[in-house]
Design a protein around this ligand. Structure first.
Ligand code: PMP
Length: 428
């Protein structure tokens, strides 16, 4: 689209011959915005570099894990030290222990934790624990919330399905689908109706307490409190999926911000410092159901990989300093302020997570708390904005429905430059 992507175009043509859509995760293919995905060779700090030698200020940050930016020297040193000691042990080791202790001493609701390799695995396993604990089979989720690609969660999901032709994945077995109930965000009455009808069958309710996979849709605390109360009173477990919000909005994630204690919680992204990690944890009595302590089987050849554990530990140790979050809040507030009062644009933000909703036909009205509150043309309107930023050396996640992430490596000057470009694009 821009003429700056000759080498990326060549690689994309080759990639499409050997991999579906030319990528290994759908949103990367630029389907939502058109044009050629840039093939990136690496990054440093807030910058990403592509194969054609161009640099971009990155606001995707690998979809969230890189809270200190690309190739952060401290995290790199921790990972390199781990590499030197051997990168896969398949044994008990001290690194995951240190990370587990760091988390459970600070987060009272994480009495026990198990590390896995992705957010998807974390969710899949937490659901299994919930079903075993309650001896019930139904799971309640919310429209627009994404919980990874385990079958039962691929209904009305967000993320790459937000702008897909159909909101549900193909290939799901009908008996799996039957066990998933879907409610709408921001509606106590919908929840009450669902619990009145199915309360005794619901093993768990899973929610992103800060939904961030269909744009950013902050929920009212009262809504989350009602959810927690209904779950408790019907004997269903409450699972907070904090794969994005955990260690990102503050060390304790959205559970800490909202003051609501989940029974189980899932983490990913920041917890591994950018290496492949997920984790699930929560009440000791529930986690003691997991093998080998209990009968719920869950295992992994590469689980608690030492590189990932050491990178995660280096990341989380630094995040125990609240100054990092104060700095991220400062940067976020600056971005939000400089994008206020623009025609066709609304910004929703919590800390270092932001989302720009651009809609030409129908102006977005804030706050947006559910997918149904988004303007109909939000998806289409985003592509020209995305490409004008890309041409100007700014990399956003290539979809209208993905959020943006700031890192501690971003500067005021970079944020001002982003705001200026967006203002230019939105100017009447
Ligand atoms: N839960 C949430 C809230 C997520 O945002 C994601 C991924 N973006 C997942 C689960 C799945 O994590 P992964 O991609 O690591 O499997």
């Amino acid at each position: 689209m821009s003429g700056n992507d000759a080498r990326s175009a060549e690689l994309f043509a080759r990639a499409r011959r050997v991999s579906p859509g030319g990528v290994h995760s759908p949103v990367r293919a630029f389907r939502g915005v058109g044009g050629t995905p840039r093939f990136m060779t690496g990054g440093a700090g807030a910058l990403l570099r592509d194969v054609d030698g161009r640099e971009y200020v990155d606001y995707c940050m690998a979809f969230g894990p890189l809270i200190f930016g690309h190739a952060d020297p401290g995290i790199r040193a921790a990972a390199e030290a781990a590499l030197g000691r051997g990168w896969s042990l398949g044994t008990a080791e001290p690194y995951s222990l240190e990370l587990a202790e760091l988390i459970s001493t600070r987060l009272p609701w994480v009495e026990s934790i198990r590390f896995v390799n992705s957010g998807t695995e974390a969710v899949m396993s937490a659901l299994r624990v919930a079903r075993a604990a309650t001896r019930r089979s139904k799971i309640l989720k919310f429209e627009g919330c994404y919980h990874g690609h385990t079958d039962s969660m691929l209904l009305r999901a967000g993320s790459g399905l937000a702008d897909a032709p159909l909101p549900d994945s193909a290939g799901l077995a009908p008996d799996v689908v039957q066990e998933t109930l879907v409610s709408v965000l921001d509606s106590e009455s919908a929840l009450e109706a669902l619990f009145a009808r199915h309360g005794s069958e619901i093993a768990a309710v899973i929610i992103e307490p800060l939904p961030a996979n269909y744009g950013l849709l902050p929920q009212r605390t009262e809504f989350l409190q009602t959810l927690a109360r209904l779950a408790r009173s019907h004997g269903s477990l409450l699972i907070f999926d904090e794969v994005i919000s955990g260690f990102r909005v503050c060390f304790g994630g959205y559970a800490a911000l909202s003051g609501i204690t989940p029974d189980l919680v899932t983490y990913g992204k920041v917890i591994g410092g950018g290496f492949p990690v997920g984790a699930y944890g929560g009440r000791r009595d529930l986690m003691e159901l997991v093998a080998p302590a209990g009968p719920v089987y869950q295992a992994g050849t590469l689980s608690a990989n030492p590189l990932a554990m050491c990178a995660g530990l280096a990341t989380l140790q630094r995040l125990t300093d609240t100054a990092v979050y104060a700095r991220l809040e400062q940067l976020g507030a600056r971005l939000e302020r400089s994008l206020s009062n623009l025609p066709h644009l609304a910004v929703q933000r919590v800390g270092s997570i932001f989302w720009m909703c651009h809609a030409k036909q129908q102006p977005p009205t804030v706050p947006m708390r559910a997918p149904s509150a988004l303007p109909a043309d939000a998806g289409k309107s985003f592509a020209p904005l995305f490409h004008s930023l890309l041409d100007g050396g700014v990399y956003l996640a290539p979809s209208a429905f993905e959020v943006g992430f700031l890192s501690a490596a971003h500067t005021e000057a970079q944020i001002d430059a982003l705001a200026q470009r967006v203002r230019q694009h939105c100017a009447p």
